[in-house]
Design a protein around this ligand. Structure first.
Ligand SMILES: Cc1cc2nc3c(=O)[nH]c(=O)nc-3n(C[C@H](O)[C@H](O)[C@H](O)COP(=O)(O)O)c2cc1C
Length: 334
């Protein structure tokens, strides 16, 4: 059977193509979630509980999806999530994700666990980039990378702080790629946020927030943005869905800092829902991995454009002219 061109593929096609092209163990790593996968499933199910309130009497035909974060305007609120293991897909996958993010005119979050250095990412991508450090790699290495990110012109730096316990896939904690030892967790302390804030002049993002109390602690310690995320269901089984935690985080800190969301976003409708509940933008994890596995640079670009086109369609059908004007009034909770 002839394969459709990537520009005509939907997410399901891209996912299946990625699955066929990835070795089974790599697929399992990417799709993996902790223990029973309850959190993983809940992320998507909770988004599915919202439906839209259609409105047709208006003159909106070309809604604006542009958002601005840390002074960088980007064409879509569908950003690329930090994923440490893109290189398991292909040696060149990180470069391809970087280039694809640039072509899609979105923002690129990159992981401390990736092989590429901040300089490599900067060379690979025209997108504004955010470096996301892991304290498990030591303060010294976080600082080295954050300083380099600052030097080469990243948009922001940050800390992924939810790995208080390590990522778990099923009942197994994956081996670390650097030294072959099992991964360990790292306690989360506001002192680490205060420390990095003192050391770098870029805006600081804290990822892994799942409630109002933690959001207040992060912002109190100096976070300039927070990411509501349960790490795509890879850490705590039977966690709340990210979208369930979003409203209280927005209520707690949304007037002070932008709130982003990830975990379970699988289309433009999900983005509209997250924005309606107060998120400024979303990060997309696994679907970007499917895009790069299926078709490299073009696959990454396709996933982001697909989600953005779907978002536009929802905006037209609910009567919203710009992403900043999306409010809860477009949603009905089932
Ligand atoms: C294979 C894989 C590797 C990941 N690596 C990282 C990482 O290195 N740093 C990080 O902050 N988050 C990491 N994440 C979490 C993502 O940034 C994001 O929170 C999650 O994938 C969002 O859920 P989604 O996959 O449902 O979109 C990883 C996720 C996956 C699936």
């Amino acid at each position: 059977m002839m394969e459709k061109p990537i520009e005509e593929m939907g997410l399901r096609d891209i996912r299946e193509l990625a699955r066929a092209r990835m070795p089974q163990e790599v697929w399992r790593h990417f799709m993996g979630a902790a223990e029973t996968r309850a959190t993983f499933r809940r992320n998507q199910r909770s988004l599915q509980r919202f439906v839209f309130r259609q409105r047709i009497f208006h003159d909106i035909t070309d809604p604006r999806t542009t958002v601005e974060l840390f002074g960088h305007p980007v064409s879509t609120p569908a950003f690329v999530a930090p994923v440490g293991s893109f290189a398991m897909i292909r040696e060149t996958a990180e470069r391809e994700v970087g280039e694809g993010a640039g072509r899609a005119r979105t923002m690129l979050f990159v992981s401390h666990a990736a092989i590429s250095s901040p300089r490599d990412w900067k060379e690979a991508s025209r997108a504004p980039i955010v470096f996301m450090g892991y304290l498990t790699r030591g303060r010294e290495d976080v600082l080295r990378c954050a300083k380099l990110a600052e030097e080469v012109g990243f948009a922001a730096v940050g800390l992924t702080m939810d790995t208080v316990q390590p990522v778990k896939i099923g009942d197994r904690i994956p081996l670390s790629k650097i030294d072959g030892k099992p991964r360990t967790g790292h306690p989360a302390s506001p002192k680490d946020i205060e420390w990095l804030k003192r050391e770098v002049s870029l805006p600081l993002v804290v990822k892994g927030i799942m409630g109002a109390e933690d959001a207040r602690v992060a912002v109190g310690a100096g976070a300039d943005a927070v990411v509501v995320s349960n790490h795509g269901g890879r850490i705590l089984d039977y966690n709340r869905a990210a979208v369930e935690a979003l409203p209280e985080v927005v209520e707690a800190v949304g007037r002070k800092v932008p709130v982003l969301l990830d975990s379970g976003v699988r289309g433009g409708g999900d983005i509209a829902k997250a924005l309606a509940l107060g998120a400024k933008a979303v990060l997309v994890g696994r679907p970007v991995a499917w895009g790069v596995a299926a078709a490299g640079v073009a696959g990454v670009e396709r996933v982001i454009r697909l989600f953005t086109d779907e978002l536009k369609r929802v905006m037209i059908m609910t009567g919203v002219g710009a992403v900043s004007e999306i409010t809860e009034s477009i949603l009905i909770r089932e």
